[in-house]
Design a protein around this ligand. Sequence first.
Ligand code: MLT
Ligand code: ZN
Length: 449
Amino acid sequence: MTGGEVSGALLREFASVVGDAHVLTGDATAGYAVDWTGRFRGHAPAVLRPADTGEVAAVLGLCREAGVPVVPQGGNTGLVGGGVPNHGEVVLSLARLDRLGPVDADAAQVTAGAGVSLQRVADADPALDLGVLIASRGSATAGGAIATNAGGLRVLRYGPMRAQVRGVTAVLADGTVVSHLAGLVKDNTGYDYPGLLAGSEGTLAVVTAARIQLVPRPAGLVTVIIGLGGPGEAHELAREALRTVRGLLSAEYFTRAGLDVLAEHAGLVPPLRDPVPAFLLLEAAGPGADDDLAAVAGDRPVAVGTTAADRARLWACRERHPEAAGFLGVPLKLDVSVPAAHWARLASEVGAVARSADPGAQVISYGHVADGNLHVNVVPAAEADGRHEDAVFGFVASLGGSISAEHGIGALKARWLPLARSAQERALFARIRAAFDPDGILNPHVLPR
Ligand code: MLT
Ligand code: ZN
């Protein structure tokens, strides 16, 4: 289903639901039509900003009746073009669903509107934290993080967003509201549709609120950056840390190439004097964290942070990596994962693989080494016509890996889904999708049917 213009009559009907001020058209839609990387630039005939679940339901009912396709949008921090109107869809912004309920201290849970930022969820109670930590947490929203099953910097400890979700309220494409927010830990009463909506990229239903499990706030945090010879050593040390560091929260890889760009363009101060080619950031909490981490580092060059300021300075070296490629051009964000045994080969060879398709391409890689995940950021010199994805995803598939570890399929990877999923699996996806959204109005160009 392709979008385009919507009639004046339909715009007036939208306005009767959400109010004139929350039906945006023309120039007012510009910020909603382009993604964070600048690679995906679409056009929205209208941006609708409902205030609550009832308004979302009414708006979706109108869109379905009129056959108007819809792209749901949270904080618009996605990296695969899944939340912008690439085909002239109406944008349904969930930003105004920003009510955060009281923390249920007994269950360590909170109910958050889809538009609540992850930072607000994390700050809801000083003794508790959100298990998902991503660099865009100030803008990324609960609804968006569920729809994309966001991963991030603490997956090795707490799992991705799906693992934090105890229930949702969601609106189906025909305006039906389904809700299951009791937050019960044990509840075997049928299909786990909140789990199914996590990672569905806005194709099955629109999540409007979620019951989120919080975790005890980690205390006594110690962060180290260890200088290394290359990806093989990073992989080896991360495995060792997983085995020996009791309070391990993060194991993050990045390289001198990315750090040099950030030093030049963002004024970042390199954490080590030694001119090492690769780095492993480890973070751990609790008693003995400093000794455990020191034992992993051994006699390698290491920078240690225990105060909030020092830890923030070290984390900036990793957390600002998503920006690095953007200083060189408009990047392709290729987020891939492979079985643990192949991660070092992936990280060592992927630059050359990308350059075999485009010799002038610049490649910056970083990622979550303990999850077998690598973010391959490619700034093309040649036309971005799919050659880079063909090369990198083909290599990843040959290693038994996935073309999307945590960012989703979106628009960027839709063409390559058959590399990751069989015809039988895709047929099952299509049947699930048809059951939720028979008219195909929800994000029709993402995870293609
Ligand atoms: C990260 O790990 O920094 C995020 O997934 C964002 C990115 O890959 O650029
Ligand atoms: Zn990541």
